[in-house]
Design a protein around this ligand. Sequence first.
Ligand code: HEM
Length: 111
Amino acid sequence: MNNGLDLGVEFKDLGRFEVTGADFDKAAFKMPSLRNIEYTSPYMHDGRFNTLEEVVEHYNSGVKMSPTVSPLIIPTIQKGLGLSAQDKADLVAFLKTLSDPGLLTNPAYAN
Ligand code: HEM
């Protein structure tokens, strides 16, 4: 999906289009799992965001329109999500509930 990181004229990485050649795949990237997202900064395909706070601010106020942006996210573009500072802190706190440090340290999962 294209989660509105860039305007169409700014697409540098064409994402899934490179594989399918379909115009609607321009700037589409795999929607990743958010498990252990706390530990895997930087974020997005090009690592443009260093913190979860920056990611949340992208969805709150930074989503950009383009010919391939996901229809799921278009309704948020004009006015943003309107999250308060508390909402944003709560959302980051929620993302951190997806942390499973045991998965990272358990020798059973080492290579
Ligand atoms: C407020 C709601 C959302 C939150 C908190 C959220 C969170 C995140 C985070 C933390 C990442 C970075 C993952 C990583 O780099 O490993 C991400 C990437 C992504 N999200 Fe969301 N997301 C939200 C809404 C959406 C929606 C509505 C869509 C559908 C359009 C979407 C599609 C994607 C895609 C395609 C990526 C990968 C982009 C890339 O690699 O450049 N997300 N999201």
